[in-house]
Design a protein around this ligand. Sequence first.
Ligand SMILES: [Zn+2]
Length: 389
Amino acid sequence: MNDKTPCRPSDVINYMKIHHDVNVSYDKAWRGREIALNSIRGTPKDSYVMLSTFSDALIRNNPGTYTAKEADDEGRFKFYFMALATSIDAWNYCVPVISVDGATMKNKYLGTLISACTIDGNSQIMPLAFAVVDSENDLSWSWFFRNLKVVFGEHNEMVIVSDAHKSIENGFNVVYEIAEHGLCAFHLLKNLKKNHKSLPMEDSFNKCARTYTPLEFEYYMRQLEQLSPSMRHELEAVGRHKWARAFFRRKRYQVITTNISESMNSTLKEQRELPVIGLLESIRSLIQKWFYERRTKWSFQRTQLSIYAEDMIRESLRQSRSMNIYPVDQHEFEVHHRKEQFVVNILNRTCSCRQWDLDLIPCSHACIALSTRNLNPIYTLISSTMSQI
Ligand SMILES: [Zn+2]
């Protein structure tokens, strides 16, 4: 018996008769069922009071923290949501792409832990919010998104990335109006592998999902098509604007998959065996530890941007040394590299390779154009996202 399996007193009567050859009265079966449910989910009074006490202490010790909870008709807790003040503050310095995922809890309650994470300017996981729900369905996901929206808002650059779970899409559609929903490329690849078992599609698919231009997308899509014509059909049916960076209607930055959520879930693998409050408390303490370590590291850092952004620019500058540049006018440049040509506009911060446009970090072509004008690529990156927190 668990809280997700419908269990009526008549089921208890039948079970006892079949498995133990014992006749049980309806009244006894009803009382037995109640005791079993309470031991799995806690008594209504215990679980709700304990969560309320936990929430009060959490908010008292971390002002600005947001929590929400909901009980079922019998007063037992059903959903719980938590976003710590540190995560809420850090959101302003993160890319506006949120990865969400649900992971089964392994304690007696057997609910689901939902997590929402993003990446900071240093390309590190930034946990934003967590929820414990009875199971993954339209109701629990829409409740989660409603609370996520209360805390982190919604704007036209915002993206939520998830696997293809129907309830996530339904919940998203109910709550969000202008944010965009994107699919995880890794899960899509997993399905593709299931349908075309022995075909070596991984490399072409990954390039198809990650490339910046429609032209290159088509090149890799044709490679997939050569392996199996039905692969293009399957991927087009999903909608290229859902999973391919070149066609996505917003910026995905480095969040092409839900890997950050899965890393978070695997970090919390052992904690997911704890009772609900133990799990929530260990998440709080983990986030506190991460923030302490990151702040300590940043306090010793003397760079203008995050280490990640500066490393990317340094690498682009290195690559740009082998390129040739031809000015078109004061702002526009043509950059030749091997047999390829790119057009950079330093005023609009664009390059025809689309990397500067979509990642907001100058590409190698932009770096040579900026250097030609004696501009330092690092100082053109006036984006709070890539600065230090
Ligand atoms: Zn470029």
